[in-house]
Every structure is written in structure tokens, then in C-alpha cells.
Design a protein around this ligand. Structure first.
Ligand code: HEC
Ligand code: HEC
Ligand code: HEC
Ligand code: HEC
Length: 328
């Protein structure tokens, strides 16, 4: 259905090229690319037609908004909405199209001096450590930080990033011995040891031996989604991406649902993955080197030894993006 729609759009596009030398209109670009997030405010995107969402952003002038649309923002706006081949002019047209939907609010919020458009100060809010998703109570689950290699035991051991390769006896050590906490600090000794904290959680066979996805499903843990706002709810996106694998291994199913229950979009987009199906080169080699899925898997999520967790789709049906249910 999705592909069919794409085909129609492509076909219509071709016909259009025949008629006029085509530049896509702002509306076209919005509908094809931006609406995914901006129609319903996915991930906190300002909504089409919602003056309240746009007013504070417009206050800085449209030049800054064009910049954000072209270059992306640390809070989840991917550069050009993830479609890097779009000409700058078309992206700007799409911004104009969205702004036109909130004309009145925009007028009220516009900066007073109309003559020269003030440039938005270069210093956009500093990309503070990516909004960290899960700070569970009472148990602290592993929390990945965007783009930052999570502390590994020793720099000289090149395999240290992979939990799989650590001796089993070194797993879930009490805080003073785990090499992460400061043993000289009294507070460290007051922390609950993982062995005790994990006792009631569902088990798995790898990593720190906890099935975190199951623990969340069973409501055994209650991760706090936002460091600052205790009432924040995760924005869960139910969209599976199937990656066809050459050779005999089953295809990889990447589930957005299980990830977005923990993680903000900005943990992955756009730094690790361009948000577009098939736009990223992913290989096992990269994963083992701690890139792509390996930024987290093998460090703070289940390790690479669990082939079937990722390679979960038998190779018979054609691979496509599958909305696991009505993906919004
Ligand atoms: C994958 C989701 C996604 C897609 C696709 C997307 N956006 Fe966004 N956009 C966001 C998010 C999230 C924000 C809010 C980010 C922030 O506050 O910095 C945002 C913010 C913006 C802003 C305001 C930036 C600011 O500085 O206040 C503009 C303008 C914008 N998007 C334009 C576009 C255009 C044009 C497209 C299509 C070409 C597009 N977006 C596609 C997620 C998306
Ligand atoms: C754990 C990492 C991760 C998180 C978190 C994440 N994504 Fe993705 N996303 C991916 C991967 C991987 C792909 C597939 C890329 C590919 O196939 O090259 C993808 C693809 C996409 C696509 C393209 C879909 C298509 O059919 O082309 C969109 C849109 C998207 N993500 C939006 C989001 C939004 C919105 C959020 C937050 C609610 C989010 N993602 C959270 C990893 C992530
Ligand atoms: C930003 C960190 C991050 C990245 C990048 C990431 N994951 Fe995950 N993933 C997690 C976390 C956290 C969990 C939940 C904890 C766990 O299962 O260990 C998870 C769980 C999963 C699950 C288990 C779902 C279930 O139902 O049990 C699968 C499958 C998975 N990831 C596949 C992938 C694939 C494939 C990629 C790369 C395309 C990827 N992940 C990239 C953090 C990440
Ligand atoms: C965290 C998820 C994950 C785990 C665990 C995982 N893989 Fe992969 N694997 C991937 C992804 C993603 C790709 C790239 C698929 C593509 O080409 O888009 C891949 C690709 C492959 C390929 C194709 C060649 C290549 O290097 O890209 C082989 C073979 C493979 N994996 C074998 C394995 C084996 C064997 C295991 C277990 C020891 C394993 N994988 C565990 C995610 C995973």
C-alpha cells in the first residue's frame, strides 16, 4: 500500500516534470516527507496548523527555521527531514507551507523589526547529553547516551565493549567493585547491589542476564522517560523495519516499538541512523566495532551473541517496511 502510494506520487511527479520543469511545491514536500512527524507532532515536532506549537519558534525569525529544517536540530528534527537529496529551495518551501498554516499565530509572534530579518543566534540550545530515556525505579537499567561510547572496562582490551567476551564471574558486580562507581565514596556502598535489585526480574541468557523488554512489559520496572519531568510519557512508534540480509542468515527485523518505549528518537536520529528505510549501510562488522546497532547492543542492550533476537525473519516474504499495527 505504502509502496503503491509512493508509485502514484512518483508517477504523478514524472508527469509533472513533463509539463513544467519541476520544482516540488512546499505542499508536495510537506506531504511526502514532513507530514510523517509534523502532522501529529511525533517526537515533539511542531504540528501543521497548530499556532501554539509554532509561535515560540517563529519569534526568532524564519531564517533560523530554515536553518533548522536544512541542518536538523539536536532535539530530533533530522536534516531535510531525513531526505538529504531534497534541494534547499524545496525544504524552505515546505517550511513556508507549514508556516502558512499558522499565519495568524505567526504574525503575532513575528519579531517587531520587519526590515531586516534577524538571524537566529548561532548558539542554538547546546546539545546537552541526549534526552536520556530510561531511569527506572527501583532498578537502574542500562541507559545509552547518544554517540558516546559507554565506558568500557579497559582501553587496551579491544573487545571490552562486548559483554559477551567478559568472564561470566565479572557480571553484575556490587557497585564498589564494578569499575564504574567510585569505591572511595561512601554513597557507593549505600547503593543496592545489582544482584539483589535484579532478583525479581525476568531472566535472559546474555548480557546482564535480565530481559529488559519483558521486565517493562510486565511492569516490573517503571522507567522515568524524562530526567526533568517525572510525568513525561514516551512517544512510542510502532513501525518495524525489515533489513534484508544477503546469505543464509534470516533477515533482520528492527522494531521501533521496543526501542521507543525506552529511547527518545534523538538517541538514534539523525546521529546514528538517517530516518529513512534502507538509507543506512549496516553490517555485522560495523556492529561488532560498536557502530550502528552496536552503539548500544553489546554495551547497554543485549549483546551480539543473540543472533536470533535481530535475525528473526525467515527469508520467504518480500522485505518491506511493516507497520506492526497502525503506525503513526
Ligand atoms: C522524523 C521526524 C521529522 C520529520 C520527517 C521532519 N521533522 Fe521537522 N521537526 C521534527 C522535530 C522532532 C522537531 C522539533 C525539534 C526541535 O525542537 O529542535 C522539528 C522541528 C522543525 C522545525 C522548527 C525548528 C526550530 O528551530 O524551531 C522546522 C522548521 C521543521 N521541523 C521543518 C521540517 C521540514 C520542512 C520537514 C520536511 C522536509 C520536516 N521538518 C520533517 C521532526 C521531524
Ligand atoms: C534505537 C534506534 C532508533 C530509535 C530510538 C528510533 N529510530 Fe527511527 N529508525 C531506526 C532505524 C535503524 C531505521 C531504519 C533505517 C534504515 O533502514 O536504513 C529507522 C527508520 C525510521 C524512519 C523511516 C521509515 C521509512 O519507512 O522510511 C522514520 C520516519 C523514523 N525512523 C522515525 C523515528 C521516530 C519518529 C522515532 C521516535 C519516536 C524513532 N524513529 C526512533 C532506528 C531508530
Ligand atoms: C540507542 C541504543 C540502541 C540502538 C542504536 C539499537 N538498539 Fe536495539 N535495543 C536497545 C535497548 C535499550 C533495548 C532493550 C534492552 C534489551 O533488550 O537489551 C533494545 C532491544 C532490541 C530488540 C529486542 C526486542 C524484543 O522484543 O526483545 C531488538 C530485536 C533490537 N533491539 C534490535 C536492534 C537492531 C537491529 C538495531 C540496529 C538497526 C538496534 N537494535 C539498535 C537499544 C538500542
Ligand atoms: C543487534 C542486532 C543484531 C544481532 C544480535 C546480530 N545481527 Fe547480524 N546483522 C544485523 C544487521 C542490522 C545486519 C545488516 C543487515 C543489512 O544488510 O541491512 C546484519 C547482517 C548480518 C550478516 C550479513 C553480512 C554482514 O556482515 O552484513 C550476517 C552473515 C550476520 N548478520 C550474522 C549474524 C550472526 C551469526 C549473529 C550472531 C552471532 C548476528 N548476526 C547477530 C543485526 C544483528
Amino acid at each position: 500500500m505504502r509502496n503503491f502510494k509512493k508509485f502514484i506520487v512518483a508517477a504523478a511527479g514524472l508527469m509533472f516534470v513533463g509539463a513544467v520543469l519541476a520544482q516540488q511545491s512546499g505542499k508536495d514536500v510537506y506531504t511526502k516527507v514532513c507530514a510523517t512527524c509534523h502532522a501529529n507532532g511525533l517526537a515533539g515536532a511542531p504540528r501543521y496548523g497548530n499556532g501554539g506549537d509554532w509561535a515560540p519558534r517563529v519569534a526568532g525569525g524564519t531564517a533560523g527555521l530554515y536553518q533548522s529544517a536544512l541542518k536538523g536540530t539536536p532535539k530530533g528534527m533530522p536534516a531535510k527531514g531525513g531526505h538529504l537529496t531534497l534541494p534547499d529551495g524545496e525544504v524552505k518551501a515546505a517550511v513556508d507551507y507549514m508556516l502558512a498554516s499558522v499565519k495568524d499565530a505567526v504574525k503575532a509572534a513575528e519579531p517587531k523589526k520587519p526590515a531586516v530579518e534577524p538571524k537566529k543566534p548561532e548558539s542554538k540550545p547546546a546539545p546537552t547529553a541526549a534526552p536520556i530515556a530510561a531511569a527506572p525505579t527501583p532498578v537502574r537499567a542500562p541507559v545509552p547516551v547518544q554517540g558516546v561510547a559507554v565506558t568500557t572496562a579497559s582501553a587496551e582490551d579491544i573487545n571490552a565493549f562486548n559483554r559477551l567476551l567478559k568472564p561470566a564471574s565479572k557480571r553484575n558486580l556490587p557497585p564498589p567493585e564494578d569499575g564504574i562507581h567510585d569505591a572511595a565514596n561512601d554513597g557507593t556502598h549505600a547503593l543496592q547491589p545489582p544482584q539483589a535489585a535484579f532478583a525479581s526480574l525476568p531472566k535472559s541468557l546474555s548480557g546482564n542476564r535480565i530481559n529488559w523488554v519483558e521486565a517493562l512489559n510486565q511492569k516490573k520496572i517503571n522507567p522515568r522517560y524524562d530526567r526533568v519531568d517525572p510525568t513525561a510519557e514516551p512517544i512510542v512508534m510502532d513501525l518495524n523495519i525489515v533489513r534484508e540480509v544477503k546469505g543464509s542468515m534470516p533477515d533482520v527485523v528492527y522494531p521501533h516499538k521496543q526501542h521507543t518505549e525506552w529511547l527518545d528518537c534523538s538517541n538514534c536520529h539523525p546521529a546514528i541512523f538517517v530516518p529513512q528505510k534502507g538509507a543506512n549501510q549496516i553490517s555485522m562488522a560495523a556492529i561488532l566495532l560498536g557502530e550502528k546497532c552496536g552503539v548500544c547492543h553489546g554495551k547497554v542492550a543485549f549483546p551480539v551473541s543473540e543472533c536470533r533476537n535481530c535475525h528473526s525473519k525467515k527469508k520467504d516474504v518480500a522485505a518491506t517496511a511493516v507497520p506492526a499495527s497502525a503506525a503513526k
